[in-house]
Design a protein around this ligand. Structure first.
Ligand code: 13P
Ligand code: SF4
Length: 319
């Protein structure tokens, strides 16, 4: 514990010296979330991370999350230095949608408006008309549908399916999935709900259709944290990454949060859902990056300018 405190103190000192601010996703380790909060940084969902980085005056953004979050920050603010504790933190959705396959798919459907999830590479964002996060995906696609547009959606099949069902918009959908949310088990969740009939069920829309069907609230990480605070229930069953429990507990003290099961053989959480790439972020690689300035995010300028158009539309729609 003493060594940990020394590492944290050094990180705080370097953040100040370098005019750097730490922006963290809810899924990273609690100690990184605490550090972001203690140092004037920010912890949030992927949409608000992008907004915060875009508006904050610091010269350097340290993004603790997965690579697309660092790239989104660089796309929006190229004048800033964007560093990440690790550049190895991928996302299965991003990996499922390489530009070499995605571009021909778009080319084959020129009459469709291309909407991509933020969990994609800069190249894919550059090919898109709109970028969205889970916080605004349903609203934005519904808005396009009202204008008579047909939508080409990528890459999350579950989120795409959910949006299509609720909005009724005509959509062509890529078939990627989040390896973390894909693991929730329908039967075990049903059993858990039976055991806790008064619990509110909060679900991230990257989860499979049958899991979403059991939800009281479907939303982005921020939206489900808000629901936990605002709903009168004393207990909640939560289907998303376990990193979220730190903030949920903080925002809704006294309430009980039960992780949705990722094992089919029982209603208890044997191994909680946790993104292996988010877990790569830690105090030590954060300190390293501040000391050495390595792990900087670069985006090819031609790609960045194109990706900025669709990413800026996301921010404009969200405000
Ligand atoms: P949010 O935008 O809800 O934070 O989702 C990002 C993500 O990667 C969830 O798996
Ligand atoms: Fe990607 Fe899923 Fe990890 Fe989110 S939890 S970063 S969607 S792999």
């Amino acid at each position: 514990p003493e060594e940990k405190e020394a590492v944290k103190d050094e990180i705080k000192k370097l953040l100040k010296e370098q005019d750097a601010v730490l922006v963290a996703h809810y899924y990273v380790d609690q100690e990184l979330q605490e550090l972001a909060e203690e140092t004037g940084g920010y912890v949030s969902d992927s949409l608000d991370m992008a907004k915060f980085g875009n508006e904050h005056p610091a010269k350097t953004l340290i993004v603790a999350g997965v690579r697309f979050m660092g790239e989104t920050a660089k796309i929006l603010t190229p004048e800033k230095r964007v560093l990440m504790p690790t550049l190895e933190a991928e996302c299965s959705l991003d990996l499922s949608c390489p530009i070499e396959d995605f571009a021909p798919f778009c080319d084959a459907h020129p009459d469709h408006t291309v909407v991509v999830y933020a969990n994609t590479s800069a190249d894919v964002k550059a090919r898109a008309d709109y970028v969205v996060t889970s916080g605004i995906a349903l609203d934005l696609v519904s808005w396009l549908g009202k204008q008579g547009k047909k939508v080409l959606w990528a890459p999350d099949k579950h989120l795409g399916n959910y949006i299509q069902k609720v909005s009724g918009v005509e959509m062509l959908r890529w078939q990627g999935a989040c390896i973390v949310h894909d693991e929730f088990k329908t039967r075990s969740l049903g059993e858990l709900i039976e055991k806790h009939p008064d619990a509110g069920v909060l679900v991230h829309p990257e989860s499979p259709e049958e899991i979403i069907a059991m939800a009281d609230v479907v939303g982005s990480t921020t939206q489900i944290i808000n629901a936990a605070r605002e709903m009168p229930n004393k207990e909640f069953i939560v289907a998303t990454d376990k990193g979220i429990f730190y903030k949920m507990q903080q925002e809704a003290p006294g309430k009980v949060f039960i992780p949705a099961p990722t094992h089919g053989d029982g209603a208890t959480c044997v191994s909680c859902a946790h993104c292996p790439w988010m877990a790569m972020n830690g105090l030590h690689n954060l300190l390293e990056v501040l000391k050495n300035g390595n792990n900087e995010i670069f985006v090819d300028e031609e790609v960045r300018v194109k990706a900025l158009r669709s990413t800026q539309r996301m921010l404009d729609f969200a405000t």
